[in-house]
Design a protein around this ligand. Structure first.
Ligand SMILES: [Zn+2]
Length: 154
């Protein structure tokens, strides 16, 4: 059985980048990307990243790229993980928001769907739904029904 290899870039070392929390966009960790060739950069970040990321070329003419300073992650930071215990995370193109579990039946009328969303703790929604729920009507002072990523509170 072979040992896993750590692919260290000769110019950028282990090539670290910060990972953004899926919900609040705050830093939730660090990824060590190792060597990033043009092929890997295109594969991971799209071909436009070849023009935006710093790079150096070694003696044999191979370009190695510096990792982006921040990338979007699929994980929640510690604070959002804690919120997600009592609130469901809703994800739209416009942003994210948390909604208290007890308010879910007011938003979703299908009882089976409510149960599934409560189990999974996350729900994808259209931007129209985001606007309807995350853009709050006037609420009582101090009353907070949902917390919105990027990042408002309802
Ligand atoms: Zn977070």
């Amino acid at each position: 059985m072979s040992e896993p290899e750590l692919d260290v870039c000769e110019f950028y070392g282990v090539n670290p980048c910060m990972i953004k929390c899926l919900a609040c966009n705050e830093s939730s960790g660090i990824a060590l990307l190792g060597r990033l060739t043009a092929y890997r950069v295109k594969e991971m970040f799209g071909k436009d990243a070849l023009n935006t990321l710093n790079h150096s070329i070694n003696n044999s003419g191979t370009a190695y790229y510096e990792a982006p300073h921040m990338i979007s992650g699929n994980e929640l930071c510690d604070a959002c993980t804690e919120k997600n215990k009592t609130m469901v995370l809703f994800i739209a193109n416009k942003g994210t928001f948390f909604l208290k579990d007890e308010l879910l039946p007011r938003v979703l009328t299908d009882k089976d769907l409510v149960e599934r969303v409560l189990e999974r703790r996350v729900c994808g929604v259209d931007d129209e739904v985001f606007d309807a729920i995350a853009k709050p009507a006037k609420s009582s002072p101090g009353e907070k029904a949902a917390e919105v990523g990027t990042n408002e509170s309802v």
